[in-house]
Design a protein around this ligand. Sequence first.
Ligand code: C2E
Ligand code: MG
Ligand code: MG
Ligand code: MG
Length: 280
Amino acid sequence: VKHAKATGRTEVYHPQAFTIARAQFAMETALRRAIEQEQLHLAYQPICDLSSGRIVSFEALARWRDAEGRMQSPTDFIPVAEESGLIVPLGRWAVQQAVAHLAQWDARAGGNCGVRMSVNVSAIQLHRDAIPTLVDRVLADHGMKGDRLTLELTESAIVGDPDRVSTIMAALKALGVTVAMDDFGTGYSNLAYLQKLPIDILKIDRSFVTGMLADRDKIAIVRAILGLAQALGMKTTAEGIETIELGQTLAALGCTYGQGYAYARPLEPDAAWAMIAAQA
Ligand code: C2E
Ligand code: MG
Ligand code: MG
Ligand code: MG
């Protein structure tokens, strides 16, 4: 630290930066072990059709209770997984696990249980792993059709090699998989990709949705996204709906689907199944 002060390079030698780097490395080591030992699990949050109120899908969200019993947030460990490359085995596991749970719900329902599964795929995963091959194999393992699966990609996933991205997305479409653009409005601002890539759903980021009724600017942004999606023939999902009133407003504005604490928090598989059984 003395040296840092002498050279003025406080950003490099700042003790806090060192502590953060060390904490990330510790998390990476613990996460690697957790993946190997299958200590992660998935929670499932319903996505509802806003006009009928029916659950149409569940989003699989990674959960990690570490060796000390503390819940680690995906907003902390997913970036560590991305930086370290652990997102590849984690992401494969998530697709396998989520589809296996959907297959279990189908088995309990004695056929198609009537909901789909939505799985998050990060940019790094999309570029480093053969996602269409993985999805094809996992679906085949369970005798399931591609139209039961939605992949949620972020805008960062489609930056970079445009030909490669269209090839991957065309392969996913050929499998019948639905593609949703997650956290829409927070990433890449060049909208040209919307006319080139086969995107089915725009998922409006929670930062525009939560608290929208008290914020004219947020309402304006949400309306603009809904208008854009409608004009392009895409469906919309609003995330972060924390009140029923907000869900009703979004339905009136023409938003197709909604997700948020107003309907349900992310659930354990059995609780998710109970919701499916209740609406059958
Ligand atoms: P996301 O894909 O945008 O998922 C939605 C997040 O919003 C989830 O946070 C969910 O619990 C939270 N949420 C849903 N409704 C509400 C609400 O009404 N209010 C509030 N305040 N929050 C709500 P979570 O589970 O902490 O996940 C955070 C992010 O971590 C996800 O954001 C996703 O980007 C990433 N993630 C989680 N699981 C995976 C995974 O298996 N693979 C990859 N690549 N990313 C994942
Ligand atoms: Mg998502
Ligand atoms: Mg999202
Ligand atoms: Mg989000």
